[in-house]
Each structure stands twice: as C-alpha cells, then as structure tokens.
Design a protein around this ligand. Structure first.
Ligand code: C5P
Length: 353
C-alpha cells in the first residue's frame, strides 16, 4: 500500500479535518464580528476581501508547488538555489499550470467566487450560530451532486439522515423567522441591523455552489495526475476575473478604484481574509486526503464550538427550538457518516469528466 501522507506520524487526513473544524468556527465568528461591529457605512468591501483571498491563496499555492515540484535533476542534495535548477522548476511549473485541461477549474472557480461573496451577505444578516447551522444544508447539496456527478450510491440510513438534516435546519430557522429579524447583534455591537430572510436566501444559494463546486473539484483532482497545489493555482487564477466583476460594478467612487477598494480595511477585515485563506488551503487538502462528505462532518463539529463562543461574545439568546434544531442537525450528521455495511464509497463517476 502507498504510504499515508502524515506529519509526525499523524495522518494528514485527520490533521486537516480537525484544523478545518476549528477554522470554520473561527471564520464564522470573526467574519460576523467584522461585519456587525461597525455601522454599514464604515464597513469594508466584501468583494475586495474575496479578491484578496484568491490572490493570497493562489500565491501560497504557487510557492508550495514551486518547492515541491521535481525539476528532473539527479543532484537533489541541497541545491535548491542552483540557478539552472530554479529555471528548470519554473519551466516545469509553467507547463503544469498551463496544462491542456486547466480550463476545467474555471467552473469551480466561478462558483466559489459567487459562494465567497454570498457568505459575507449571510454573515452580515444572520446570527453567527444560525448561519453556521443553516450552512450545514451543504451536506444535502453535496450529497445530491455526489449522486448526480460522481454517481455515488447512498445507503438508506444516509437518505434518512439527509431528511433529518433538512428538518433540523428548518427548526433552527423557525426561531429566526419568528423573532425580530432586524435585531442587532448585541448590546455591544449595535451598528448593523440584520435581515434574516436575505441572510437565509444567501445561505441556500451558497449551499448549492458549495456542493457543486466541491464535488466538481474532487472530480477534477481525483480524475487526473495533476498535483493538488497546481490545481489550486489554476483555481485561484480562474477566480480573479469573476472576483473583479462585483468590484467593477459596485465601486464607482471618485477617489480612485484602488483607494476605495481597501477603505475601512482594518484589522478585523484582514483577520477574516487570513482565516479564509487558511480555510481554502485546508478545504483543498481535506478534499484530496478524504472527501467532501467527511468535510461535512468536520464542519458540523464546528457548530458546537461557534455555538458556545457566540453565547459568550454576541449575547446570543439560546431558545428551545435552536437547541432542538441543532441537536437534530448533529445527530443527522453523525448518522450520515456511519459506515455502511452494504457498499463502499465507490468512485465510478469520475470518468464522465
Ligand atoms: O463551505 P465549503 O467547503 O464549500 O467552502 C469551500 C471554501 O474553500 C471556499 O471558500 C473556496 O473558495 C475554498 N476552496 C479553495 N480551494 C479549493 C477548494 C475550496 O480555496 N481547492
């Protein structure tokens, strides 16, 4: 059997899953805080944050790909900075990034840009914990697209789990819908008012792009020999143009595009972007070393974390329906991830790309 990629003996699969769970809760809370702690007029530009995210993630992926690439030279011992070898690395890197099938990444790239923008709408208009629980519906869309595109077969208990997931999310929504939707985040952060319906619609749309883009990326990655980091560079490169479009549409200020773009871009905005960059890199690793469905499990773990922090930080008022809905979501996620006795997770559908 091929060696399991690991760091100090711990498989990368588990390291990336656990780190993703922590990253997810951090992002939910910090993104929400970065949006609601100040009046909307002083808020930073979400499309700018999305663009910055892609630029940083692409650069980091490029650096990793550069270091990891095999320049086809025999004398590997300690000669990293040898100029001729660097040239070889660069040539090889260029060939791999501009491979004939690089266009495949344009589809998930566009979807992720839409999703990353929608995420800001959702985080601005929903309680951090409500957003987190509703966002679990992406397990549902991921499963649907896995069945459609990867022709993955789901067991009866997994279908039951998906049914309960939908119910659980619905129950959590009851309390949001019935409550005063424009309630401010807390007494401390009375800047922005929230619109629960707008936030919920954004979450639903983001769940669709998440499922489709994730499954598509998994399909591209596992159906070819190309390196994960090369694929990430291609993904970020194709994201740049769609990430620029909302900026060009929304920013018409006289003070110059670039200046207005990074207006109000303070520490919290940078923190949000940094955590999102980390999340993108982790997501890619999780899709490579496990799959999209295990990823759903990791993010549902993060519900519990954000839930507790939200109560402490945002004066989040816990209601019976919220607890009931969250418990249903967690049980459904657990049930979904129970290994099935009748089938293995086959990868028959990959050849359709
Ligand atoms: O919630 P979900 O798992 O769908 O979020 C995926 C996130 O990870 C998106 O923000 C997307 O931009 C990012 N991503 C990435 N590189 C990948 C796959 C996803 O940066 N290869």
């Amino acid at each position: 059997a091929p060696p399991v990629p690991s760091l100090r003996g711990v498989p990368l699969k588990y390291i990336s899953l656990v780190t993703l769970a922590v990253q997810n809760s951090l992002l939910t809370i910090i993104m929400h805080y970065s949006r609601v702690s100040i009046p909307p007029s002083q808020s930073y530009s979400a499309p700018a944050a999305v663009l910055l995210n892609e630029l940083l993630k692409g650069s980091i992926s490029l650096a990793i790909a550069f270091v990891q690439i095999d320049p086809y030279t025999a004398d590997t011992a300690g000669r990293f900075w040898n100029p001729s070898k660097i040239l070889l690395r660069m040539r090889r890197l260029g060939r791999e990034v501009f491979s004939s099938d690089c266009w495949k990444l344009s589809i998930p790239a566009i979807l992720y840009v839409i999703q990353n923008n929608l995420q800001y709408v959702a985080a601005t208009n929903l309680e951090a914990a409500t957003f987190q629980v509703s966002y679990q519906m992406k397990i549902l869309t991921t499963a649907a697209f896995s069945v459609l595109l990867l022709r993955k077969q789901l067991s009866a208990s997994q279908w039951v789990a998906l049914f309960f997931l939908a119910i659980g999310v619905g129950v959590v929504q009851i309390q949001t819908g019935a409550g005063d939707s424009a309630r401010t985040a807390s007494l401390l952060f009375q800047g922005a008012s929230m619109n629960a319906l707008k936030g919920f619609l954004a979450v639903v749309a983001a769940c669709f792009t998440s499922g489709l883009a994730g499954v598509y990326f998994e399909m591209v990655l596992k159906n070819s020999q190309s390196d994960l980091w090369i694929r990430n560079v291609q993904l970020s490169a194709f994201s740049l143009l769609p990430a620029l479009i909302p900026i060009l549409i929304t920013e018409h200020s006289q003070s110059g595009l670039f200046q207005s773009l990074f207006q109000n871009f303070g520490a919290w905005a940078w923190a949000t972007v940094a955590i999102q960059v980390l999340g993108g890199l982790l997501t890619a690793m999780v899709i490579k070393y496990s799959d999209n469905i295990l990823k759903g499990f990791a993010t549902s773990l993060s519900i519990v974390i954000s839930f507790l922090v939200s109560m402490a930080l945002f004066d989040f008022q816990i209601t019976f329906t919220f607890i009931l809905g969250s418990v249903i979501v967690l049980i459904a996620t657990w049930l979904y991830n129970q290994p099935s006795r009748t089938q293995s997770s086959s990868r028959v559908g990959y050849s359709i790309l």
